[in-house]
Write a protein that binds this ligand. Structure first.
Ligand SMILES: *Cc1c(COP(=O)(O)O)cnc(C)c1O
Length: 366
C-alpha cells in the first residue's frame, strides 16, 4: 500500500511542460520585471475581473504592501480573524498596526458579518477577510457593512483562487485583494510568488511603487515605505502556463470534496459548508471530536492529514495578548479542525481509500 499524502506537487503538476517556458526566459536573458510578468499581470487581472494586478514576491508581501497602500500606519487597528494561520497578523504587525480579532461564522469559519457590524463603528483602519480553505466568506454582506462605515476591505485570496459567486470572483469584491502562488496553492508557482489586485488605479500605482523601493522612476524615491518585492520572470512564465488550467483543477478539487461530503454525511463530524462554486477546496477540512485518534487511525492506513491551524493567532507565543473579545467559534475550531487529502491528481482509488479509512474509524468498536 502506498502513502496518500496531503498534497503532492508531482501529481498536481503531472503532464505540464515547464521546460519550454523556462527555456524562453533563459533565452531572453531578462529575469526580473519583464514581458512574462507584464503578461501574467494582465492575464490574472482579467481572470479575477479587476482592472489592475501588481505581482510581488509572495503572498505575505502582498498583504503587507496592500495594507501600506491603504495607508495603514503604526498605531492603527486592523480587523482580522484569528483562525487563518497568522498570515494577516504578520502583515498587520509588519506595518506596526494592531490586529483586532473578531470571531468567525460557525458554518464557514470565515469572518462573521454580525461580529463585524457590532464593532465597525469604532473605525478600524482596514478589515482583512480571509476566504479560508477556499471558501468565499459572506463577502457581499461584509463589504456592505464596511462600506457603510467607510472602512476598506482587503480580501486574502491565498487559498481561494477562482472561487466565485453570482459571476464575481474572489478578489473582486473588496477594495483590494491579495494572492499567494506558493507551490501548494490552487494556482502555484515553482517557488514563491504573490499578487495584489484592485480596481483602484491610484492604489495599484502606489503598490507598484512600494514593491520597487518606492520609485516613481529609476532611482527616484517618490514615496516612503518602499521595498523590494518582485515576482521573477521564470515564476511568471510558469504561472502563465498554469492559469488556463485553474478552473479545471478547481473543478477536480471540488469533485473530490463532493464525494467526501456525500460519503461522510452521516458521520459524527462537521463537513465543509459548501461544495458549490464559492468553494475551491484548497483544503478539505472537517471538524472531529478527537482528532488525535482520528489522525492516528488514518496514519495507520498511510493517509496523511494536517491541522490548519492548531494555534489561534492571539495565542501565538510571540504576540500573545489579552484578547478583548471572546472568540468562541475560533477557539473550538482550532481544537477540532483536521485536513484530508484533496488535490488534483488524487486518483479515484485514493479518494476511495480515504473514504474507507474515515468510515472505518467511525464504525470502530469503542
Ligand atoms: C499561504 C497563505 C498566505 C501567505 O502566502 P506566502 O506566499 O506563503 O507568503 C497568506 N494568507 C493565506 C490565507 C495563506 O494560505
Amino acid at each position: 500500500m502506498k502513502d496518500i499524502s496531503l498534497f503532492s506537487a508531482a501529481k498536481a503538476n503531472a503532464g505540464l511542460d515547464f521546460v519550454t517556458p523556462l527555456k524562453a526566459v533563459l533565452d531572453s536573458h531578462w529575469y526580473v520585471l519583464g514581458n512574462e510578468v507584464k503578461l501574467f499581470e494582465e492575464e490574472f487581472a482579467s481572470y479575477v475581473g479587476v482592472g489592475h494586478c501588481v505581482s510581488v514576491a509572495n503572498g505575505s508581501d502582498a498583504l503587507e504592501l496592500a495594507l501600506k497602500g491603504l495607508g495603514v500606519e503604526p498605531g492603527h487597528r486592523v480587523v482580522a480573524v484569528a483562525n487563518a494561520g497568522f498570515y494577516g497578523s504578520t502583515a498587520i504587525h509588519a506595518v506596526g498596526a494592531q490586529p483586532e480579532y473578531i470571531d468567525v461564522d460557525p458554518a464557514t469559519l470565515t469572518l462573521c458579518p454580525k461580529a463585524l457590524a457590532a464593532m465597525v463603528e469604532s473605525k478600524p483602519a482596514a478589515i482583512i477577510v480571509t476566504h479560508l480553505y477556499g471558501q468565499l466568506a459572506n463577502i457581499e454582506e461584509i463589504v456592505r457593512i464596511a462600506s457603510a462605515a467607510g472602512v476598506p476591505v482587503l480580501e486574502d485570496c491565498a487559498q481561494s483562487h477562482g472561487a466565485h459567486r453570482n459571476g464575481k470572483q474572489a478578489g473582486s469584491f473588496g477594495t483590494i485583494a491579495c494572492f499567494s502562488f506558493y507551490p501548494t496553492k490552487n494556482l502555484g508557482a515553482l517557488g514563491d510568488g504573490g499578487a495584489v489586485v484592485t480596481n483602484d488605479g491610484v492604489l495599484a500605482a502606489r503598490i507598484r511603487q512600494l514593491r520597487q523601493y518606492g520609485w516613481s522612476q529609476k532611482y527616484h524615491v517618490a514615496i516612503p515605505g518602499g521595498r523590494n518585492s518582485r515576482l521573477d520572470e521564470m515564476q511568471a512564465a510558469i504561472l502563465r502556463i498554469k492559469l488556463p488550467h485553474l478552473d479545471t483543477w478547481n473543478e477536480l478539487r471540488r469533485s473530490i470534496a463532493k464525494r467526501y461530503n456525500a460519503a461522510f454525511a452521516n458521520l459524527d463530524m462537521q463537513l465543509p459548508w459548501s461544495t458549490g462554486d464559492d468553494y475551491v477546496a484548497h483544503l478539505y477540512v472537517v471538524r472531529v471530536k478527537n482528532r488525535v485518534d482520528f489522525s492516528a487511525a488514518l496514519k495507520e492506513k498511510m493517509i496523511g492529514t494536517d491541522i490548519h491551524y492548531p494555534i489561534a493567532d492571539h495565542h501565538q507565543p510571540a504576540y500573545a495578548v489579552e484578547q478583548a473579545r471572546a472568540l468562541v467559534v475560533t477557539e473550538l475550531a482550532c481544537e477540532t479542525v483536521i485536513s484530508l487529502p484533496c488535490f488534483p491528481g488524487l486518483t479515484d482509488e485514493e479518494v476511495e481509500r480515504v473514504i474507507e479509512a474515515v468510515t472505518a474509524y467511525f464504525s470502530r468498536e469503542i
